[in-house]
Design a protein around this ligand. Sequence first.
Ligand code: MBD
Ligand code: FE
Length: 285
Amino acid sequence: MAADHPYDPTFTDRVVNAMGPKTSPRLRQLMSGLIRHIHDFARENELTVDEWMAGVQMINWAGRMSDEKRNEGQLLCDVIGLESLVDEITYKVAADADAPTATAILGPFFRADTIARQNGDCLVTGVDDCEMTFMHGQVVDFTTKKPIPGAFVEVWQASTNGLYEQQDPDQVEHNLRGKFRTDENGRYWFYCIRPTPYPVPDDGPAGKLLELMDRHPFRPAHIHILATHDKYKPLVTQIFDRKDQYLTNDSVFAVKDSLIVDFVPRKDDPKASLELEYNVKLVPA
Ligand code: MBD
Ligand code: FE
């Protein structure tokens, strides 16, 4: 009986059951869940027409401004923690010292066409106000602890002005990104910048939503990493500067303790005043 509320108690079932027999089982499961939750959300909050329409307008706004350089749909998911939640569901492993390298969200500024670079190369063009960093490490098998030669380590980072190269007409293409291949000892090495904290793009719907929720748009300084090898599960992660002020209030909720790293002083290298060692532990496929 619909004693508690005035709504037709069969309505949601009718919508769910409208799906036909050609629906795949997984799609049926996901759409049933989504429809049930979104209907419950509307009923529980007595969603008004104006509020629903404001949500529609926000989605339309995100769609209008999204292109390959502006991934607003993903950013909207990020600020409500959805990408991080999906990452957590995917990773599943307890983060103890012996765990494989923890995952973190891909984010909206990954480029699938990142260029190959040689170990020892420098990612940086035209950034003057930065602390140059020698980053290096070893990719190892999580189970055997043996190095993995021929693994790819792809990295990307924002410049000191808070922009990734595809967001910034003043940066050369592929600035601050590169794809490296580990040597026979599983090692990679290159020069990059010490990343700085920056706001996620806040001139669109995600920024408007942050403002309405009285939240700041800042992310802690981070470097993105994608590590791959045919025989291993791909690892998507980010590493964070221990000295950053936004570690505990990342606007996209991506920080994990095991991904916090130390930039240490480096001596006798005219190219870099800092050093960062980061080893990656991959899980066999
Ligand atoms: C970023 O740079 C980022 O990495 C994520 C996850 C979201 C917004 C901006
Ligand atoms: Fe990022």
